[in-house]
Design a protein around this ligand. Structure first.
Ligand SMILES: Nc1ncnc2c1ncn2[C@@H]1O[C@H](COP(=O)(O)OP(=O)(O)OP(=O)(O)O)[C@@H](O)[C@H]1O
Ligand SMILES: [Mg+2]
Length: 490
């Protein structure tokens, strides 16, 4: 759908502020349409270059009521009319006054009553709303319908006087509450003069068993809502008095209601207010659940990390007590492997996301590996490229694979003087390529990855194929030994 700007582009002298005002009106006008059970069309005057009077209008927006059937089955946006063609629209524009219910006219198959409302900004009429209601409706209106229509008239007068849409409403109307979810009308003192059935049920769920009408809504709200000791918060009696535009929530064990307070202005005076409400109990409950879930997940990661540390401490103790050196070494390697897993969990537990900033983990893995290397000071280590964020599902196996490869380079690769270890990472097209290079003795003659039966590379192979769904190659030449690992980032 084209925007208001696009329809009037270069054809109207309307300023950017005026267009903005119209956009704000259109953002909030479902309320007007629903309260008056009518279709609304917004007409912006078009002017010839030098003429001060419009040559015609273009329809830039249309809204259908959710409280009644629409009277237009066709699309009216983009329609243009000439000056003089629709008298009531011209009249609203030139007199800056509302033209009340006109004689019903046949539109398609229904008799329609029209009303036109000037849209005023400052002292200037910048557009006209035409309001179209089925004339057959409401020959004997209910109390609800009467109240809706009266409120609608008050709001239309505010539009004509430049008081609706509200100035500085900001995001107060987001999301816009719907009339049907509950509406209360207040007199100028903040006493309820009408409450829709849904508004009454909302308050009865909060434990208010009386009528609403005749009581101060603010006082009712204070009575039913949970004790709040926060002195900085405005008292409900004040915010629900209807004196100013407000959005507040009241809460107790029965639920949470979201209320928006719209003061009604007539000329220089405030004459009352309407309050639209929405039961947001379910919404808030789910939001809270999500927050607790996040916290629980973080707590679980934290505990897993602690448990891993306990396990590795136990194994270390046991390794010290064993006399057989090969058995004790095996235990020490298990300690080392568990430590790598714990590192990933530590990172996971410090963030709520399901992804891990893997470069951090990698730094710590390398530091950890070096701590256990006796000739660390003679090593030249370089690291290039970054991994970025990785799903936690692949972060753990990747950490293990890289640990094993680094250990192999340190353990078997670095025999000669001035050895170097390069870790290179490339991330391209959703693939991650990790290369770990050493300039050591090289792989033993006749070495093949598939036939290597030692535990380290077996772990690497299994995790690469099953968890990372990637591939690994080990190559050795006269100068260096290189392990190349490639896997999809997702
Ligand atoms: N970077 C390397 N340079 C030279 N030889 C290597 C390198 N990486 C692996 N190897 C050879 O491959 C063999 C198998 O490695 P693997 O990691 O599976 O076992 P390991 O390191 O001997 O023992 P561990 O189970 O403790 O890791 C090693 O014994 C070594 O001979
Ligand atoms: Mg090894």
């Amino acid at each position: 759908m084209a925007s208001i700007e696009e329809y009037v582009e270069g054809r109207t002298p309307a300023s950017a502020e005026e267009i903005l005002k119209l956009r704000e009106l259109v953002a909030d006008w479902q309320l007007l349409s629903d309260l008056s059970f009518a279709d609304l069309i917004l007409w912006v005057p078009l002017r010839k270059d030098d003429a001060s009077w419009p040559s015609g209008y273009i329809a830039v927006a249309h809204i259908r009521p959710t409280t009644a059937a629409t009277v237009f089955s066709h699309d009216v946006i983009g329609d243009e009319i000439q000056w003089g063609e629709r008298f009531y629209i011209d009249q609203a524009l030139s007199n800056a006054e509302i033209v009340r219910d006109t004689e019903p006219q046949l539109v398609g198959e229904v008799m329609v009553k029209e009303e036109t409302i000037p849209v005023t900004m400052g002292e200037k009429v910048i557009a006209v709303i035409s309001r179209h209601r089925n004339a057959e409706l409401m020959r004997q209106p209910s109390r609800l319908e009467l109240n809706y229509r009266e409120i609608a008239h008050e709001l239309y007068r505010m539009v004509a006087e430049g008081n609706f849409p509200y100035n500085n409403a900001g995001t107060l109307f987001d999301p816009t509450p719907r009339v049907g979810d509950g509406l209360v009308r207040l007199d100028v003192n903040g006493t309820v003069s009408y409450a829709s059935p849904n508004a009454r049920s909302a308050f009865s769920r909060m434990g208010w068993t009386n009528e609403l009408e005749g009581y101060s809504l603010g006082e009712i709200a204070e009575k039913v809502s949970r004790e709040k000791n926060d002195a900085s918060e405005e008292a409900l009696v004040t915010s629900l008095s209807g004196r100013a535009l407000r959005r507040v929530e009241i809460e107790n064990l029965g639920g949470v209601i979201d209320l928006i307070v719209l003061p009604i202005i007539a000329g220089p005076n405030r004459v009352g207010a309407i309050i639209l409400m929405n039961n947001v109990t379910e919404l808030r409950r789910r939001e809270r659940q999500l927050v607790t879930k996040d916290a629980t997940i973080r707590e679980i990661h934290h505990r897993v990390k602690n448990n891993l540390q306990t396990v590795s401490a136990l194994l270390r103790l046991q390794a010290r007590r064993i006399d057989d050196p090969s058995a004790s070494q095996a235990l020490n390697e298990a300690v080392r492997r568990i430590a790598s897993i714990a590192l990933v969990h530590e990172t996971l537990s410090s963030s709520a996301d399901s992804s891990v900033a893997f470069d951090d983990v990698l730094d710590r893995l390398v530091a950890h590996a070096l701590e256990l290397t006796p000739r660390m000071s003679e090593l030249k280590i370089s690291r290039n490229g970054t991994v970025g964020l990785l799903e936690s599902r692949i972060a753990t196996p990747l950490a293990l694979v890289i640990t094993e490869l680094i250990y192999n380079a340190l353990e078997h690769g670095l025999e000669s003087e001035g050895s170097k270890l390069d870790i290179n990472i490339e991330r391209r097209d959703k693939k991650v390529l990790v290369t770990i290079t050493d300039d050591g003795v090289g792989l033993p003659a006749g070495f093949t990855l598939a036939e290597s039966s030692n535990l380290g590379l077996q772990i690497v192979r299994t995790l690469t194929e099953n968890e990372l769904r990637g591939s690994l190659t080990l190559i050795s030449n006269e100068v260096e030994t290189r392990a190349e690992l490639e896997f999809p980032a997702q």
